[in-house]
Design a binder for this molecule. Structure first.
Ligand code: SAM
Length: 283
């Protein structure tokens, strides 16, 4: 079976009368180089892998060939018969039909992967919920080693930007709090059926054993970071005082204590600057 062959993929989908749902981010991969490379980054014979959104199973097959066990979570039950055909030959794959955001992944990892040395996540993510899925995976502090995911190229640039650079946003800070990020490779839009109107990239988030900065109150820190980047081109003093209940004087004094100019914008601050500022403001 060669699912990256467009005719074979189309044949399997049309035999089941399958039609793509844009609302579920259904763009299936049909490039025979991409899935093996993604699978290499996430799986080896001692590893358990959770796949989000297997679609017709093209990436699932590559993961199944390399991993000890694969659990694939798919929202669209119309793909049941198709997946039974495409991955039925592998006895190390389990399918769960559910919204990934509603699955208790802590319990799933304990129940399904107790004999695996490590667990990783691998997915060609539905673009409509890329950030919520990534943030939910990171914030729930799962016992995982890495997350290898395909996302829109613009999302990859934002997620993997250096904090302190123009491309950084609140999500960049959040992702860097939990992981070390890297862009693995780019994937052109023609690699998908149907072809989306943007290019993509595969990124890898290597989970850190502990955060790289010292934050006194995580909830307040993330609310502060969100406020800092709410109006990216304005000064930090203006955007934060407009968004949170913090006076300009308190912000000026916090910046002075750290020798940061009062004209600074959020995109010029490092992780360390942001954590120190939030610790001064909220303790
Ligand atoms: N992995 C396949 C591939 O690479 O060809 C399909 C990727 S497609 C971009 C995204 C898949 O995620 C679709 O199969 C879609 O039905 C599924 N999906 C969308 N929302 C989901 C959710 N909340 N939970 C689980 N799967 C979801």
């Amino acid at each position: 079976m060669e699912l990256s062959n467009i005719n074979e993929l189309k044949g399997i989908l049309s035999a089941e009368g399958f039609s793509f749902k844009k609302s579920l981010g259904q763009n299936f991969l049909m490039d025979d180089t991409v899935c093996p490379k993604m699978a290499e980054s996430a799986a080896d014979c001692d590893t358990g892998v959770i796949e989000i959104g297997p679609g017709a199973g093209v990436l699932t097959r590559e993961l199944a060939k390399r991993a000890k066990r694969v659990v694939a979570i798919e929202l669209d039950e119309r793909l049941k018969n198709i997946l039974e055909k495409t991955i039925g030959e592998f006895d190390n794959v389990k399918l769960i039909f559910s919204d990934v955001l509603k699955v208790d992944l802590h319990s799933l990892i304990k129940e399904e992967f107790s004999d695996c040395k490590s667990v990783n996540i691998c997915a060609n993510l539905p673009y409509y919920i890329t950030s919520p899925i990534i943030m939910s995976l990171l914030q729930s502090r799962l016992n995982i080693g890495s997350i290898t995911v395909m996302v829109q190229k613009e999302a990859a640039d934002r997620l993997c930007a250096d904090v302190g650079s123009r491309d950084a946003g609140a999500v960049t800070v959040a992702v860097n709090y939990y992981s070390k990020t890297e862009i693995l490779f780019k994937v052109p839009r023609e690699s998908f059926l149907p072809s989306p109107n943007v290019d993509s990239a595969v990124i890898k988030l290597n989970i850190l054993p502990s955060p790289p900065i010292n934050v006194a109150d995580e909830k307040k820190f993330f609310a502060f970071v969100k406020a800092c980047f709410a109006q990216r081109r304005k000064t930090l003093i203006n955007t934060v005082s407009n968004t949170l209940d913090i006076s300009k004087d308190s912000l000026k004094s916090a910046l002075d204590q750290l020798n940061i100019p009062q004209t600074v914008r959020a995109e010029q601050l490092t992780m360390e600057d942001l954590s120190k500022l939030s610790n001064i403001l909220f303790i």
